[in-house]
Design a binder for this molecule. Sequence first.
Ligand code: CO
Length: 177
Amino acid sequence: MRIVQAPANILIGKSEIVIQFDQKLKKLVKEMIETLKNAKDPEGVGLAAPQVGLAKRIFVMNTQSEKEKKPHFEAFINPTIIKKSSFKAKKILEGCLSIYNVWGYPKRSNIITLSYQDLAGKQITRIFEGFTSVIVQHEVDHLEGSLFTHRVIEEGKDLYKIDKDINGELELTPLDL
Ligand code: CO
């Protein structure tokens, strides 16, 4: 699947609830996971349905923990964050597969509780912490039409691009907005 690039209206619209838990949904999720796995620049950790042109409340992400060696991709249908810790997550540089080479540090909660459905429609409540919690918050934002860049700008912070300096080292350069 092709990943939609900003600016595009689908990226700033609200997505619709999924009602049918059928083969079509399974196929869609499978294709989204393939698309995410194939994203290498930057490496994809999460992908929301609007990013592949569908205004549906679905995202896929790599839920691999620090202890696990292999990536592990899962689908989250109709996700809602039902609780957010007041503790802020440590600074994690965020980017987005729909916004080429733009990076920033939006405010995120360290621990969240997510209510969602799996591919069979089963209702699940699950707690996420740290890096995976930040990805979930980023992906749920996509379903509301909110991009991490909007948050960074609202918070009055800088967005960056990543460049190579003369020694070939990666460095963050603030963008002129
Ligand atoms: Co994104």
